[in-house]
Design a protein around this ligand. Structure first.
Ligand SMILES: [Ca+2]
Ligand SMILES: [Ca+2]
Length: 293
């Protein structure tokens, strides 16, 4: 009896972490195909189910995202081949607004700033371009903001080799409300490596790095990429939303009131370890709003 329960729990855990990931193709060249294979291997190793899709320049409203939890928008070997069709961007925007996840690599945030690309979807990007781009042969990611999903199976700091695709990384800065989860150092300065935030009822994460072949073949980076896909599927991330259902209403107010004056996570909306007037004020200030707004 116990064994059967344990097996049932294990399969539930597995199901909770596996996501259906739509990976936009890097292109048809041999380097691009090797890049795609490395990305698929990284995500499958992390327990995900992967659909290799079209390139971002071909991603239009005819693409079927039924059953997809998270989209990986890569612009690497095909970085300079155009923009995503507007109807595809509108579909992707709705996908995220309705709770889907989106993860992007280097050149997406750069293209938004430098080429005016991703005009419809980029308002959901949690970061903006700080300065253009650079190239390194290896990089060390350091965890900054702890997150049990993103950090799962990883040391607080890990180093991996980089493959350059006209550069290995851009410099990105968090938009208001977005969170930097990992940083890297270059020439004695610290920069954001992974910035993420809630967007609509879904979540979006931007990597500063290009996430090309050698980087993807590193087991630690592969784990982080897989973890980021999982994180992006976890749904609404809205300030003031105590029960994480995307709406701020009486249920959230009741959670804060029920835990008022205690030291607990439940109802602790500003994450300072206790539930007090500050948390009550957050619920009151955001009351009636919804992630779908
Ligand atoms: Ca709520
Ligand atoms: Ca608090």
């Amino acid at each position: 009896m116990f064994a059967r329960t344990a097996i049932a729990l294990l399969s539930l855990c597995g199901a909770a972490h596996a996501a259906n990931v739509y990976v936009m193709s890097s292109g048809a060249s041999s380097l691009a195909q090797a890049n795609d294979i490395a990305a698929i291997n990284a995500l499958v190793s992390g327990g995900h189910i992967v659909t290799l899709g079209v390139e971002y320049t071909q991603f239009d409203s005819t693409i079927d995202l039924d059953g997809i939890d998270v989209v990986y928008l890569q612009a690497n070997w095909n970085w300079n081949t155009g923009d995503m069709p507007m109807d595809g961007q509108e579909m992707l925007f709705e996908f995220v607004r309705n709770g889907g996840g989106l993860v992007t690599n280097e050149w997406t945030v750069w293209k938004a700033a430098a080429q005016g690309s991703f005009e419809i979807i980029s308002p959901y990007f949690p970061s903006e371009l700080d300065s253009p781009f650079s190239t390194l042969s290896e990089m060390t990611f350091t965890q900054t903001t702890p997150d049990s999903t993103l950090n799962a199976g990883l040391d607080p700091q890990f180093t991996f080799p980089l493959t350059s695709v006209s550069g290995t990384h851009t410099f990105i800065a968090a938009k208001p409300g977005a969170v930097g989860y990992y940083t890297f150092e270059q020439s004695g300065n610290t920069y954001d490596a992974l910035i993420a935030a809630g967007a609509g009822c879904g979540r979006v994460a931007n990597f500063a790095t290009v996430n090309a072949q050698m980087q993807l073949e590193d087991p630690n980076f592969a784990t982080l990429l897989s973890n980021t896909m999982t994180w992006a599927t976890l749904g609404p991330l809205v300030f003031g939303d105590a029960n994480a259902d995307g709406d701020i209403n009486l249920a959230d107010l009741n959670i804060v009131l029920a835990n008022f004056g205690t030291e607990t996570d439940e109802g602790d909306l500003d994450d300072d370890g206790q539930v007090d007037l500050a948390d009550l004020n957050i619920v009151l200030a955001t009351f009636g709003s919804s992630c779908a707004d």
